[in-house]
Design a protein around this ligand. Structure first.
Ligand code: TXA
Ligand code: MG
Length: 312
């Protein structure tokens, strides 16, 4: 049966979604980054359902979403870097990995049995209203099957056709369009685990020099395995022309194509269009999507990161 789609702005729909989550069910909902598939992060069975829906490997931990800073630091241990980052970037597209507070009843599966927890306070006020009503951390990975493109519209979630998912809270197209920046602030020096809309430069302006992840990051942040976000068609990156039989995805008019992530070369616009355009181009008859070069600055780092994983 298909899930019902309601506006996330509808308080009655949010209340119903909250009841579903508090009784151990799952709800898909909009955030400013990508759509999440949410369940009660303190309920082992609910979290197990998330992994089952997504066919996600159990060693890959989930982000817990809360509505305010106080709830965040009731779950994760605040270091000075955590406090400084929270102060500047929360609510927003930032996930902080912290040591789990002793005694907090997080489901073991949420953190894949690790002693750390990843926490995010979404920027969208209606998403926070949902979280505030629930009053418990909501574990929510992107609402797509593991290894597929992340959803940035309610339609993308509908198309996943999760068996048994009853409610999708629609917030329109995600304004940011790539998943949150993940920063580990549990140790002495913060470490960037996943690039996102909040850039290395912005982070370093707040906490000083940080460590970047290398290719072994799979061990530190299991979600960053090389092959991720894969569409069905293959991707050819940094294309300077279109080859026979390819469809193209342009940036700033470099290939002269109609499908352009941002004709004006705006990287924020390109990020918000990225998954939606890949979803749209990715159809059974298409073998290869050629993607124009995207500058590796600002959120361009995150765009290139997602493209490389999709191509791997
Ligand atoms: O924007 C987002 O972050 C979206 C929306 C729905 O909030 N969520 C999302 O979740 O992208 P997911 O599960 O697709 O990505 C979570 C990332 C993974 O790379 C995972 O390995 C990492 O966070 N992660 C979670 N807990 C961690 C932990 N304790 N230590 C290190 N990495 C962790
Ligand atoms: Mg994901």
């Amino acid at each position: 049966m298909n899930a019902r789609v309601y506006s996330i702005k509808d308080p009655i729909a949010r209340a119903e979604a909250g009841r579903v989550i508090l009784s151990g069910g799952l709800v898909a909902f909009a955030t400013e980054t990508v759509y999440g598939l949410g369940g009660d992060a303190t309920n082992e069975t609910a979290v197990a359902k998330i992994f089952a829906y997504k066919a996600r490997p159990l060693y890959n931990p989930l982000i817990s979403h809360v509505h305010d800073v106080r709830s965040a630091f009731a779950i994760g241990q605040a270091t000075s870097a955590a406090l400084a980052m929270a102060d500047v970037f929360w609510p927003g597209p930032l996930t902080l990995v912290m040591k789990l507070m002793d005694g907090f009843p997080l489901a073991c599966l949420t953190s894949a049995n690790m002693s750390t927890v990843a926490i995010r306070i979404p920027g969208d006020p209606t998403t926070r209203a949902l979280l505030s009503e629930i009053g418990r951390p909501v574990a929510a990975p992107s609402a797509n099957r593991s290894g597929r493109l992340s959803p940035t519209t309610a339609d993308h979630v509908v198309a996943e056709d999760f068996d048994g998912l009853k409610i999708i809270l629609d917030g329109g197209c995600c304004a940011i369009g790539v998943e949150s920046t993940v920063l580990d602030v549990s140790g002495a020096i913060p470490r960037l685990l996943r690039p996102g809309a909040i850039t290395q430069e912005q982070i370093e302006a707040v906490v000083g020099p940080i460590e970047l992840t290398n290719n072994n990051v799979g061990l530190l942040s299991p979600g960053m395995l090389a092959s991720h976000y894969a569409p069905i068609a293959s991707l050819r990156l940094n294309a300077t022309e279109l080859w026979d039989g390819e469809v193209g995805l342009d940036f700033a008019g470099q290939l002269g194509l109609a499908v352009d992530l941002s004709a004006l070369g705006d990287l924020l616009e390109a990020a918000s269009n990225l998954f939606a355009y890949l979803h749209a181009l990715d159809s059974p008859g298409i073998k290869t999507i050629a993607v124009a070069p995207i500058p590796r600055t600002g959120v361009g780092i995150a765009i290139n990161d997602r493209l490389q994983r999709a191509a791997a």
